[in-house]
Write a protein that binds this ligand. Structure first.
Ligand SMILES: Nc1ncnc2c1ncn2[C@@H]1O[C@H](COP(=O)(O)OP(=O)(O)O)[C@@H](O)[C@H]1O
Ligand SMILES: [Mg+2]
Length: 343
């Protein structure tokens, strides 16, 4: 292990979830010693509470969490006792993204409790099936729904937090590296695994497992590559993992990739590969803004132009004038009356 799960999930259940303790910056306790997922949740709750307290802002918010595991072609709901998410190839990501795997959360305690539920299930799977837990990908989705009490507008945002399965086990299994690569490519290109010869039959399951993890990682790599070169087609559909993460990878999103490297010498090749992947991700630039934002930006620009045109026009014509007019009122008995008009 290189620390991926540790980085994402670590939390200290003994810490009392008093908000002041939580944000203690000393680093010894509270949030500073937590992993990214519980930390993100705590910060979101802090922001929600702030908005609730400042009633004048008029913003209401609710948060929900989905916690799933992708293992090969299987996508299971870690918060519903490992039940399958959807039934068809496409259905799983739709099932999850449309909210069928959601659980509403209201506090950081809720989150820690749900993480515990998922963790127990992962551990159960790990003993039942050969190291499943470190090989599967875990995806946690936070959905924030905000509504403005003044205008009634609603806004939904999603955050995807993924803990990817390792590729390191592939080499340690008894399968030749190039053999499995061949199979991965075959599956990606034709959708079928090649015929297994009788000698390979023994390690078929093991191989299948390795292929599945790498299928997700390879598809992820290919998507990152396509995004980097701004290709028209990004092969999200090549794996369940990339289908699930597609919304968070391209388009109107921000993505952060964290690479964990092992210090062990015999992991050098994998570590270098991982670093190269990170380097390649760093070259992806934002490809598009959502049409909503584009529309608002152009609207603001056109209004600004109108205002500056008006100002120019005003400046051109604006000056103080003093005009003296002498008007003789016949009724004023020949007396001239001078009136001064200021314009
Ligand atoms: N920064 C760290 N500090 C202390 N222990 C760590 C740290 N990173 C990882 N570990 C420990 O190393 C082991 C492997 O880490 P893990 O996160 O499970 O690896 P991975 O998910 O990459 O396979 C775990 O027992 C974990 O507690
Ligand atoms: Mg792990």
């Amino acid at each position: 292990g290189s620390g991926k799960t540790y980085t994402m999930f670590t939390s200290d259940h003994s810490v009392k979830c008093d908000e002041d303790d939580l944000f203690d910056a000393s680093g010894k306790s509270g949030i500073a010693s937590w992993g990214i997922i519980p930390r993100v949740c705590a910060e979101i709750f802090q922001a929600i509470d702030f908005r609730k307290e400042n009633v004048a802002m008029g913003i209401g918010a609710s948060l929900s969490l989905s916690y799933i595991e992708i293992y090969g072609n299987e996508v299971i709901d870690l918060l519903r006792n490992g039940s399958a998410c959807g039934h068809s190839r496409v259905a799983a990501s739709r099932y999850v993204l449309e909210g069928s795997a959601e659980v509403a959360i209201e506090s950081i305690e809720d989150v820690l409790q749900l993480l515990n539920v998922g963790e127990k299930l992962k551990r159960k799977g790990a003993t039942a099936m050969n190291q499943r837990s470190s090989r599967a990908h875990t995806v946690l989705i936070l959905k924030l729904t905000q509504n403005s009490r003044k205008t009634g507008d609603k806004m939904t945002s999603r955050m995807f937090l993924a803990d990817l399965g390792g590729s390191e086990k592939l080499k340690k299994s008894q399968i030749l590296h190039d053999q499995s690569n061949f199979i991965v490519e075959k599956i990606i290109h034709d959708g079928n695994a090649p015929q297994q010869s009788s000698q390979r039959e023994n390690s078929k399951n093991q191989l299948q497992e390795a292929v599945y993890i790498n299928l997700g990682l390879l598809a992820l790599k290919n998507c990152a590559e396509a995004l980097k070169y701004k290709r028209r087609h990004v092969p999200y559909a090549d794996s369940k993992l990339t289908m699930m993460l597609s919304e968070g990878m391209g388009g109107n999103s921000r993505t952060t990739v964290l690479i964990c490297g092992s210090q062990e010498a015999d992991q050098t090749a994998e570590t270098i590969d991982a670093l190269k992947f990170g380097q390649s991700c760093g070259k992806i630039s934002k490809t598009s803004t959502s049409s909503n934002i584009k529309m608002l930006c152009s609207l603001v620009k056109s209004i600004e132009k109108e205002i500056s045109d008006c100002e120019e026009e005003i400046e051109k014509h604006e000056r103080w004038e003093m005009k003296e007019t002498t008007r003789i009122d016949p009724r004023a008995e020949g007396e001239a009356r001078t009136e001064t008009w200021n314009t």
